[in-house]
Write a protein that binds this ligand. Sequence first.
Ligand code: C2O
Ligand code: CU
Length: 465
Amino acid sequence: MPISRRTLLKGCSIAAAAYGTGLALPAARRAFADAPAELVAHEGSALLADGRPTDAVMTYGLGGAGDGVPPVLRMRKGEEFAARLVNRLQEPTTVHWHGLRIVNAMDGVPEMTQPYVYPGDGFDYRFTPPDAGTFWYHPHCNTLTQMGRGLTGVLVVEDPTDPVFDAEIVLNLRDFRLGGDGQFIAPFKPRDAARGGTFGTVRTTNWQKEPIYDAPAGGLVRVRIAATDVTRVYRLGLEGAGAMVVALDGDPLAAPFPLDLCDVGPGQRMDIVLRMPASEGMVATLSNVKGSAPWTVARFRAVGADAKRSLRDVGALPANPIPVADLKAAEIIPMEFTATAEHGARESICGSLGYTFWAINRVAWPGDTADGVAPLAELKLGKSYVFRVANRTPHAHPIHLHGMSFHIVASNQPRLLGHATDTILLQPDETADLALVADNPGAWMLHCHIIEHQKTGMSSYVTVT
Ligand code: C2O
Ligand code: CU
């Protein structure tokens, strides 16, 4: 299928932050550390803007350490990962492993898959990720506050057969909503929550402003980008170097294509392989070009002698074992995303924004729990389905399904089709067909990843039995 510029725009969905130094060992050769014993959610202060440190920042530390950006968690495809969440916040929390197709009991949704983890308590997570790629982790409780204050980390699942690049850089893209004194302000405005969402005021990559990373001149660098912001849809473009898009939302593309401009919405990821400029000191710039004033997301500075690598050497990454739906046998399940009349929302242990603005199939999610809401669909284990998702609003919604990946097989708008994902950036007035095999038993959330939308009604679930 020929890929036009517009198709690319619609087809690429998310982007986010970068971590680490450009000269780190390639992922596939990195010594694999023992699984972290403790992932400690805690509060602290961090320097996020010019001037004084921001208080009441929330982050994760491994073994208690860590005051900055949450660590990049590294796991291996097909190998068990274990970590104990320790809650040193002053409110309940959980961890959701966004995009990992793991057992329901480890999915991190309070009440639905596990108990709330209260302050001072812990919870043991233990699972085996089936897919390699770039994923992320975040709480599933009071998320506008907890994620807004910092609890969004990138997660890398390595495949021992991954190609080795000259460097790897992880980018965690997100904003913070701070006032002029560098302190948190109200996390949202109701009138914005009823539209596209409330934007942060300080834009960061790995909690830094316009960071610069060194990487071998003329080398091939794998850049794993994750958009972990609660609101912002990025449109990413690169200047000063060429790059191939090799994976979207953790799923390797069968046919990588050159990066032109790519939209990456909240919750989405994009992996690119970038060919560094050949001469020492030259800089390539990754920018957000949405809106009238482009701004820098990250820069990559060439160091050393020309490694003389070529983008022509970049092939497809090893595929993930995601089942392919039988479209002829698939049952079609319509899902409509709409605005709804404003009314008060129910209080809940994981916080409420006090409003209801959105609904799925005319039902607004009431609080933490389903609380009388029937599942959107009761899926039979092993059967194929098509979710026919329709956006009846003038805003884009990044719609995320837990526990199972789906292939985007059709749309009434131009977009890249065929790849698997856990989050589709559904455009205004778009209708798309999401095909999947219901192969993972349990109750799985399906919600918008603009957190204000999720928390004001645009949330539901499906069951697989
Ligand atoms: Cu990334 Cu239900 O979440
Ligand atoms: Cu939304």
